[in-house]
Design a protein around this ligand. Structure first.
Ligand code: GLU
Length: 257
């Protein structure tokens, strides 16, 4: 039995306009429910509040201003949890919502106030679903991205593994969309300056926030002795492969003390 933190991004959950990608969400919920039935503890870190809020409000685009993002998140978070709760209920699983800000995880006492109920929820076999509290968390108090949030959560609750479901197969030696010679890196034993550079250092073609935040998340997990995987979330069956120890995506090895 493993304690698994799975992070899913907006691009897997919703279409570009913010409407739900029903096929992806239903499949994800099914696989996570099955893994829970098999005895694993699952924590889901889910994005999508702002994107799904914008879709629900029929906004022409995702808001760019802070109050717009905050307000869209308030609408979308509610919708997101409603969807998760009804889909997980169909498999007899109970969900719980936890919304965090950076301060909740940095302050020692508040961190304990997060960890204790998390352990209780997992002992009760509940499936906690976590997001940043985007409606009240403005720049100064924000973690900012859910890759990092997922890693901090995995570290706090001493997870065995953190899995980032992405829209790319893993970490490549160069941007595979631009460089046909780019190779997938299956295993990263240590986060070297070369690996960090792949996240967007000078001259890197992978300079999207996407890979940089994932490598940052990997740093947090590896330091804490937790394995982190970057895999393609298109087919959530890939979660079974990870649990079965198969080689998929990119695995960053947690440094065991
Ligand atoms: N918390 C944001 C949301 O739910 C997403 C942050 C991220 O995608 O990293 O919309």
């Amino acid at each position: 039995m493993a304690r698994i933190v799975v992070k899913v991004g907006t691009s897997t959950l919703a279409y570009p306009g913010g409407l739900l990608n029903i096929r992806h969400v239903e499949k994800l919920v099914k696989v996570l429910s099955d893994l829970k039935n098999a005895g694993h503890e699952i924590v889901l870190v889910s994005s999508g509040a702002i994107g799904i809020g914008a879709g629900r409000l029929s906004l022409p685009a995702r808001p760019k201003d802070i109050p717009g993002k905050q307000a869209a998140a308030a609408v979308g978070q509610c919708r997101l949890m409603d969807i998760y709760d009804s889909l997980f209920s169909a498999y007899d699983h109970i969900t719980a919502q936890i919304l965090l800000t950076k301060e909740d995880l940095e302050d020692r006492e508040r961190r304990t106030n997060f960890i204790n109920p998390m352990n209780q929820l997992l002992a009760w076999k509940v499936l906690p679903i976590i997001n940043e509290n985007d409606t009240v968390a403005t720049a100064e108090i924000k973690v900012g991205d859910n890759d990092t949030l997922s890693a901090i959560v995995a570290e706090a609750i001493q997870a065995d593994v953190n899995i980032l479901l992405s829209d790319i197969d893993g970490l490549y030696t160069a941007d595979p969309r631009q460089d046909p010679t780019a190779r997938l890196i299956p295993e990263v034993p240590a986060i070297t300056p070369e690996i960090l550079a792949l996240g967007g250092g000078a001259g890197s073609s992978l300079g999207t926030g996407g890979m940089a935040t994932k490598i940052h998340a990997a740093q947090i997990c590896c330091e804490a002795g937790i394995d982190l995987y970057i895999v393609n979330g298109r087919n959530p069956d890939i979660l079974y492969d990870i649990v079965e120890g198969k080689q998929v995506g990119t695995r960053f090895r947690g440094r065991k003390a």
